[in-house]
Design a protein around this ligand. Structure first.
Ligand code: SAH
Length: 259
């Protein structure tokens, strides 16, 4: 899959693309990332990409023309390489919030053109002409779309087969609907006692069936406390066993057990 990223700050992506487990995905082209700077498509010696808002007010607005020329160049290049036609996405607080289902859909697709806004945002006429979807990271405001683009690329890359060192590890992560959609359990590593706090003894018992049960109950209790709607979703999807339900009922009766 190929993602073309339109950004005024391509240098922000350099360390991101060569760090951590996901670097393999970017380096091998499993998730190909091409960076484009609209400034390269701006006119004049100043290569201006922003201007003051019509109607007055604070801040600057990204001009439509450099963005349009940049996007058209990307579309021409993709067509020349025979790369699939993909949606053009703008990161914006007004978009749909990114979640696991969204990331799974992107990770099974053939990529996208990702547009990172800056300043007050983009000229609305560019958005109306070219943008297919808008995606938000949540109800807060970033100073640019680059971190949102990296969030999407990172989440997509780690779902690609072979990217995580341990093949199965993302399947046990939070929100995986193929598992049950619950939150992940707590994790512990050496030393066995850290500053007077021991590891839960069950994890040292070597009894795999009991460890699995403990992890499941930790996940159920944590999800019930933090995100009860995800427990209900798992129930409706048929992921909860009679034993799970008995555990949850007991938790409801004796909430003090949920430390
Ligand atoms: N005036 C805009 C905010 C502009 S912030 C507003 O109030 O809605 C500058 C850029 O940062 C945006 O164009 C967008 O690309 C990016 N951005 C800001 N918050 C974001 C969020 N929550 N999710 C995704 N992108 C965001």
């Amino acid at each position: 899959m190929r993602f073309d990223v339109i950004t005024l700050f391509p240098e922000l992506f350099a360390p991101f693309l060569v760090s951590g487990v996901t670097r393999r995905a970017y380096e091998t082209g499993l998730v190909e990332v091409k960076l484009w700077n609209p400034r390269d498509f701006a006119e004049g010696s100043y290569r201006r990409v922003d201007d003051r808002p019509f109607g007055g007010g604070p801040g600057m607005v990204m001009m439509a023309e450099p963005l349009a020329l940049c996007l058209e160049k990307i579309r021409d290049e993709r067509a020349a390489c025979g790369v699939a036609n993909v949606p053009t996405v703008l990161f914006s607080p007004i978009g749909e919030t990114l979640d696991h289902a969204g990331v799974e859909a992107w990770s099974a697709g053939s990529g996208a053109v990702l547009v990172c806004g800056r300043y007050e945002g983009l000229d609305q006429r560019f958005i109306a002409t070219y943008i297919d979807r808008q995606i938000s990271l949540g109800d807060f405001v970033l100073s640019g779309g680059e971190i949102a683009a990296m969030a999407l690329l990172d989440a997509v890359a780690r779902l690609q087969p072979g990217v995580l060192n341990d093949e199965g590890s993302h399947q046990l992560d939070s929100f995986n609907p193929a598992l049950d959609g619950l939150l992940d359990c707590p994790h512990y590593t050496r030393p066995e006692s850290w500053r007077g706090q021991p590891v839960p003894p069950i994890l040292l018992s070597g009894n795999h069936a009991q460890i699995e049960r403990w992890r499941r109950e930790e996940r159920l209790a944590l999800t019930q406390r933090q995100r009860p709607e995800l427990v209900q979703k798992a129930r409706v999807a048929g992921h909860l066993t009679a034993r799970d339900e008995a555990f949850l009922a007991d938790l409801f009766e004796n909430p003090e057990k949920d430390a």
